[in-house]
Design a protein around this ligand. Structure first.
Ligand code: AMP
Ligand code: FE
Ligand code: FE
Ligand code: ZN
Length: 283
């Protein structure tokens, strides 16, 4: 039996593994194919693709776009994207500039609390184009201003705390169009975490291709709820661990192993060749 994981993060956004490490880890967890889906970035895809090629693991170019619909945050996964698509590259550059400005704003708010953290410290630590709050948390720990990342979030970074700054988002409908014009497939990430089921019919009308039914934070009831929804709207079923690396001593990679049939269905839709839907259970 072959398995895939279609939702992974690397150090090129808020993950802890280098993109090159993902291939060796995929082998360890007995995965035949993986997709790298860093937030608002494709930066890690070339090195991850090269490492996967060497390890004979299939690789899917991906990203996870930060979007919104009717005031609700929605994450859209894009798969099989053309890495040279100009509109996509321009949009990602805009996301990344906004993320970098957000870091400066978060740090300024931390400075207002008489904590002399420097933005440059965060950028050096992040060493990627798509920095986020976890990098600020790690910098606060590294510089001795917080004992743990949890403390950094609890005191400063989470919503309703003094250094919380909203994230730049694009309309979910624009995100789907952007993914499509770059030759990709658009999949709604972890619908069970956003609890925005009412958005799904609107996204379907705009051409949403799939629903991430299997996710490390979806309990079995949530999985079956979204499997039914996917069937109802004739959407592809996808899934992944959403691994951000080792967190609290536990790696999330391997926690969702999607049967390879789902990868074949994704490939077939990408190539515009319909193959019959066969429900299979995921481990
Ligand atoms: P950002 O994209 O900058 O808003 O950061 C989001 C990331 O921060 C998520 O992917 C989580 O990994 C991490 N995160 C969010 N809330 C917390 C928290 N309370 N403690 C630790 N990490 C968190
Ligand atoms: Fe993340
Ligand atoms: Fe997400
Ligand atoms: Zn993710």
């Amino acid at each position: 039996m072959k398995f895939v994981d279609l939702h992974l993060h690397s150090r090129c956004s808020d993950g802890t593994y280098a993109p090159e490490e993902l291939a060796a880890l995929a082998q360890r967890y007995d995965l035949s194919a993986v997709a790298l889906t860093d937030h608002d970035s494709l930066e890690g895809c070339p090195p991850a693709a090269a490492a996967c090629h060497a390890a004979e693991i299939e690789f899917v170019t991906g990203t996870e776009l930060t979007a919104e619909l009717d005031g609700n945050e929605i994450h859209l996964l894009g798969y099989y994207l053309d890495m040279d698509n100009l509109a996509l590259l321009e949009a990602l550059a805009k996301f990344q500039a906004a993320r970098q400005n957000r870091i400066r704003e978060i740090v300024a708010r931390i400075n207002d609390l008489d904590i002399p953290l420097q933005s440059e410290t965060v950028f050096t630590l992040a060493n990627c184009r798509s920095p986020g709050r976890p990098h600020v948390g790690r910098a606060l720990v590294q510089e001795g201003f917080c004992a743990t990342q949890d403390e950094a979030f609890d005191r400063f970074l989470k919503k309703h705390r003094p250094a919380w700054v909203p994230k730049f988002k694009i309309s979910a409908l624009d995100a789907i169009a952007l993914i499509h014009q770059a030759g990709g497939l658009a999949v709604m990430a972890h619908p069970g975490l956003n609890r925005t089921d009412e958005a799904i019919p609107k996204l379907v009308q705009t051409g949403l291709d799939g629903l991430e039914c299997y996710h490390s934070k979806h309990p079995p009831g949530t999985v079956s709820h979204y499997l039914h929804m996917a069937q109802h709207f004739n959407l592809l079923v996808t899934g992944g661990s959403d691994c951000h690396g080792v967190s609290k001593g536990k790696a999330t990679m391997g926690s969702v192993k999607l049967p390879y049939i789902y990868m074949e269905q994704l490939q077939a839709r990408h190539l515009c060749v319909g193959i019959p839907y066969t429900p299979t259970t995921c481990i």
